[in-house]
Structures are given as C-alpha cells and as structure tokens.
Write a protein that binds this ligand. Structure first.
Ligand code: MG
Length: 485
C-alpha cells in the first residue's frame, strides 16, 4: 500500500482526518451537483451571473451594469462576506482577517486591523461562501459594490439591500428553471465528464457495497445529468445509469433530510409523477423527499456503516455526521487545480521550512545574548572597580551588543525571505486569496472546518478507484508525536 500511496499524485489521493475502515462500510451515498456531476465552473457560473444581471436591470438597476463581466477566478469557497460594509474576507482558523477586499479594491493591513482585527466579531455576523453556486452571486455583489464606489449616488441602496436583491434574483434563477433549462440544452458546455467515474463506482459495487444517490435536485434534471455523466460516448439510454445504484433519492432538501421527518414519495421514472410511498421498503428504486431516520430503519443500515460523499460542508457533511454518525468524504474540487499548480513548488515549501528552522535558532541565540547583556549590565553596575567597569566590562558589553544587532538583522532578513516565498506560493495557488486551506503559515477557516467535520477529503469522486474498496484509511492523528518524522 505504501508503494501505491507514493505512486499517486497529490490530486489523486484521498486524505484522512479520521481513520476509516472501508471494510466496515456497507453503503455509500453520493450527492450529485458538484460531487458526481462536475460543472464547467467558468461556463456554468457565467450563465448564472448573466441571468441574474439581466434580472437586476429589469428591476431598475442602471443599464451600465450590463458591461460587468464574470471572472471565474475572483471568488473562492470558504470566504466570508460582510454584507453591511461591502467587504469580502479571508480569515484564518482564529478568525483573524488575513485578506480583505472592498468590492474589487484590496484593503491594506491598517484598514483590516481597525475594521476587524482590533475587535472581536462572530463569524455568524457574516455570510459564508460555502457552495459553488455562491461564487457568481458574491462576484456580482463585489462588482456592484465596486460600481457604487466608482459612481457614488447612482444606486441609492445600502450594500446590504444590494446583497438581498442578488440573493433574491439568483434564487429565482435557480428556482424558475432558467439556469437548469439552459444547462440541459447544452450539457457538454456546462458539465464535465470524468472518465474514471464509472470505474470507481463499479469497483465499489463489485465489492458488495450498496450505492445510492441522495440529491436535492429533482428527478427530471437528475435523470438527464446522471445519464450524461455515466454514459460512454454519445450513446446512452436515459435509465441505464440507474443500474449502478441500489436506490436513488431526489428532492431530498438537505440538510432537511437529516433534520426533518418528511415522507418518502415514489417517483414514476417515465413521467416524473410522485406516488405516496408506504415507507416500509426500498423495493421501489427512485424516491423523492424522505428523511435519514426512516432510511436507516427501512434499509437496516447503521450510521457508521454508511459513507456519504458530498461537496457541501453544511448540507452534506456536518448534519449527516453529527446526527446520524454517517462517515463522510468531502469533495474539494478546487484542490485539483491548486495541487497541480503547486506541484512544482515542493522545493519552495522545503525552503520555507528550512528558513523557519534557521530563524528559530537565531531567535533562541538572540534571547541568550539579551539575557547575557542584562546580566553583564547588572554586574557592571554592581562592581566598585572603576577600571574593570570601563574597560573589560564595557568592551564585553559592546561586543555582545554588536552580536545582538547582527542577529536582529539576520532575523529580519530571513523573515523578509520567508514572507516573499509565502507570498509567491500564495499567489501561485490563487492570485487574490492564496491557498484554499491556508493563510500564510496558518490554516484557513475552511481548513479548520474540513478537519473538524470530514472524515476524508479528496479533489474528486473518481479518486476512489485508486484505492481498495476495503482500504483501511488511517489518520496521522493516531500516530504519537515520536512516530511522526
Ligand atoms: Mg452538491
């Protein structure tokens, strides 16, 4: 297994927060949107952006806004939005704001400090960018804030009112089917096919795992998307993909599925019509709604025998884990790009670690010299011997002070080098916000959430094909400090 691990690239691996023995997993559930179905982010988000923008103009916002262009690289998941001030923030695990933008303008350290870091705030005071669907929404918000700063008085609304309008229009675009209809009309443009997906699912199925789909999307959309992503080439019949799954639950309203008690309905696959389900068996294959409590009862699965794979830390991961003890695999699609981008910077990482060690040594030496100077100074004051005090003693003192200033200079030089390397690494990962799971040397807020809530994480579902369906995933946390090199 060690050999296998070493032969995998970082973007092919599955990472472990809590040990998990796949041999004791009897059922594996999958979310659909952004988990099994990977959208072409640029095309998909641009569509959502433009549709929402049109609704803005129709509602009376200035026509100049039509010149705004979607930039797929500006917003990332894990950010917080201060909707009252029009600011977008990246915070570390201690809620310290490390990077901030007002609209599209980067805020300097002093402004960040006075607005956020000099006082305590609750992350709940801000809107959290958790889903891919939120990326276009927040970019549009940043662009309108920016427009308001450049054209004072043209939009007579507060930043918060603008945010509420965006939320309303974008939710409407999702609900009224405008976005979905366009996606279904041109699937190759909006949905990416992953050639390893079928292999991964079949490998798990052949190992005797029950596979199920659990998605908030409705039947008609789910059916077309799944048929597309699980077909080879252009030939596919609509219901063939169902053979891979033991059962399918659509319209699940997660996180409601985990916290509520909505009943199961049977879906009639050809018409999409619903029929009341007696709730006692899973003989019927396609369901709408339902709840996790009833699912466990009728499937006789225990919580820790289920692995759920999803991309949404709140909707998919936190509630399934906390309430039902389901094991979880979080899909973080962005890591694929980031790992590939940073793959050449392993050397930089080693260089940073080396410089940090060097700085620590210098700082220790610095502390020693400071102590020596203090002691000598006190000694000198205490000695009554004038000649000793003026010659020997002050000579030693000035020698030590010279050493001290050399060390101080070296420390600040190394600190500058570390900062430059970190900035370069961060810029390589993402030009505006840096690495998804780090802010400089600290873990980002998103990283803390991933570590707290997901048992495993990986950049895509198809990575499961590289591992045995009976693999014992072991967390490094189980190693003792002396066992980690
Ligand atoms: Mg999803």
């Amino acid at each position: 297994m060690l050999e296998l691990k070493n032969s995998l690239k970082p973007w092919q691996r599955i990472y472990v927060n809590r040990s998990l023995n796949m041999a004791s997993i009897r059922a594996i559930g999958f979310d659909m949107d952004h988990t099994l179905a990977i959208y072409d982010r640029e095309n998909f988000e641009e569509l959502a952006f433009n549709i929402t923008l049109e609704k803005f103009i129709e509602a009376g916002y200035p026509k100049d806004l039509l010149s705004l262009k979607f930039n797929p690289n500006f917003i990332i998941r894990g950010l917080l939005v201060d909707i009252n001030r029009g600011n977008i923030l990246k915070v570390d695990g201690h809620k310290y704001v490390k990077v901030a933008y007002h609209g599209r303008k980067k805020l300097d350290r002093e402004t960040r400090r006075s607005l956020y870091n000099s006082q305590s705030y609750k992350a709940d005071d801000f809107v959290s960018v958790d889903t891919f669907f939120a990326l276009s929404e927040i970019q549009l918000y940043a662009d309108i804030v920016d427009y308001m700063a450049r054209n004072p008085g043209v939009i007579s609304k507060t930043f918060e009112e603008v945010y509420r309008d965006i939320k309303y229009f974008i939710d409407l675009s999702h609900k009224d089917g405008t976005i979905k209809t366009k996606v279904l009309r041109n699937l190759p443009k909006y949905v990416k096919k992953d050639d390893g997906m079928i292999e991964a699912l079949i490998k798990l199925k052949e190992a005797g795992k029950k596979l199920f789909l659990l998605t908030n999307s409705y039947w008609d959309y789910t059916n077309q998307i799944m048929a597309y992503i699980l077909s080879k080439g252009k030939n596919h019949t609509n219901h063939q993909w169902l053979d891979i799954f033991d059962f399918v639950i659509v319209g699940s309203s997660k996180p409601g599925f985990f916290v509520g008690s909505q009943p199961f309905f049977e879906v009639l696959p050809d018409t999409g019509h619903l029929r009341i389900h007696d709730g006692l068996s899973l003989d019927h294959k396609i369901f709408h709604g339902g709840n996790a409590k009833l699912l466990e009862r009728i499937s006789s699965l225990r919580g820790d025998e289920v692995l759920y794979v999803g991309d949404h830390i709140y909707g998919d991961i936190i509630h399934s884990k906390h309430r039902f003890n389901w094991r979880t695999l979080l899909i973080i699609d962005e890591l694929d790009f980031e790992f590939k981008n940073l793959s050449n910077s392993r050397k930089t990482h080693e260089e940073i670690q080396k410089l940090i060690l060097e700085r620590e040594m210098l700082e220790e030496q610095h502390h020693y010299i400071v102590k020596k100077v203090e002691t000598l100074y006190e000694k000198g004051l205490a000695t009554p011997h004038k000649e000793y005090r003026e010659k020997v003693h002050s000579q030693k003192l000035s020698q030590l002070q010279q050493e001290l200033s050399e060390k101080t200079e070296k420390i600040s030089k190394i600190t500058e080098e570390i900062d430059a390397l970190l900035e370069n690494r961060s810029f390589t990962a993402h030009p505006f916000w840096g690495e998804l799971m780090r802010t400089g040397l600290e873990r980002s807020r998103l990283a803390e959430q991933v570590i707290d809530y997901a048992c495993l994480y990986s950049s895509k579902v198809s990575n499961l094909r590289y591992y045995s369906p009976f693999k014992k995933f072991t967390s490094a946390k189980e190693l003792l400090p002396h066992e980690i090199s």
